[in-house]
Design a binder for this molecule. Sequence first.
Ligand code: 4AD
Length: 441
Amino acid sequence: MSSSSTPRAIPLATIEHLDRFAGQNVELRGWVHNRTSKGKLHFVTLRDGTGYVQCVLKKNDVSDELFDTIGAASQESSLRLFGEVRADDRAPGGYEISVTGGEVLQSTSDFPITPKEHGADFLLSRRHLWLRSRRQWAIMRTRSAIMFSLRRFFDERGFLCIDSPIFTPSACEGTSTLFEVDYFGDEKAYLTQSGQLYAEASAMAFGNVYTFGPTFRAEKSKTRRHLTEFWMLEPEMAFATLEDVISLAEDMIVRVVSDVLETRRTELDVLERDISKLEACKGGFPRITYDDASKILLEHPDSEFVEGDDFGAPDEEILAAMHDQPLVITHYPKAVKAFYMKEAPENPTRVLAMDIIGPEGAGELIGGSQREEDLDTLLAAIAHHQLPMQEFEWYLDLRRFGSVPHGGFGLGLERLVRWICGIEHIREASPYPRMMTRIRP
Ligand code: 4AD
């Protein structure tokens, strides 16, 4: 059968779920990932976005026209194929297709991204095509599974998903990384650095909430961990302490890692991820206070840490390298943290804050805190940080009307994807990464 019309009796299958069609004839739609030919045989590795499968065309089983057009179709040609799904232990994925018919929709040549090595700049400039590679397939499928797992984790716990706005009139995480937007002439607006302040308002309305969306930082740093646009998941809980915040974050990480290990094994194998490192993430994360961590760093020969400063990435790496699991650092100096954090009752120079640093050089995955719920203390903090008080009036209302202890955290999605996938540079953790030097394509 070589006609281009789909026989009704033949089901449309996806490569991911070929096991549901073993022994049956199916239709597959996709692109040539790779083709080799040997005499009267063509071997096409077909990709359809859900997976990869080898399709075998024997000259005698298909029309001459199909055999010849497939023989001329190179990487990324688009096609429909019909054939029998055959279980084969030697085939990657366990199945192979014995092709009986089909058509080439577009025969393409000179696809710019070939299996050979390309430089990062070359690939990033062609990100719209680079996404078709097997490695990017594995990363994006893992990213999607991580997002699903995160949402499921919070939904199952009864957290309400309440979006925070992207245009905001004020800073949440310091004024030095704000992207300014012209908002109809006279009003200044900024792209949000964090949905937290709105999540706090939502928590006072709905109890336990989360916001999950794009956030922006005008980071001038060209590191392997910084994007200018990244996704942040931010839960916020009414009636919660720092302890509640830490234990929520810990449960969340353990759950996501376990879900990914269950559903994205093939993808992790493509990425050659050392699974044992992820399996070590079982909960009971080690914890250390800022003061104890400082002592370690001050005595460490490779650290340039200055007492009282925030930890830099190299400091975090030294501390995290001492553990297989993510490390929780708490009680940072008030002076290095954001205005909204609650002072530690036993030492007002410290705040009830926590950062979670991933293992294997993952860096900071999470930043969170218990929030200052006292109106006067918060007023003083806003003044101390020289933030425009009038822009925080609505936020201060949360402390005027039924203020309660509360807290939450922010998880950088691409940081988590980078760690779970074992990627060197965060740019591969985002489908269309935005960095200081790149906003195209
Ligand atoms: O520690 P941060 O700045 O915390 C906040 O924004 C809080 N308002 C969150 C909250 O409590 N609701 O950022 C949180 C996380 C970091 O731990 C990191 O994972 C990620 O956001 N992040 C970035 N990821 C990629 N590129 C950047 N430039 C990032 N800046 C922060």
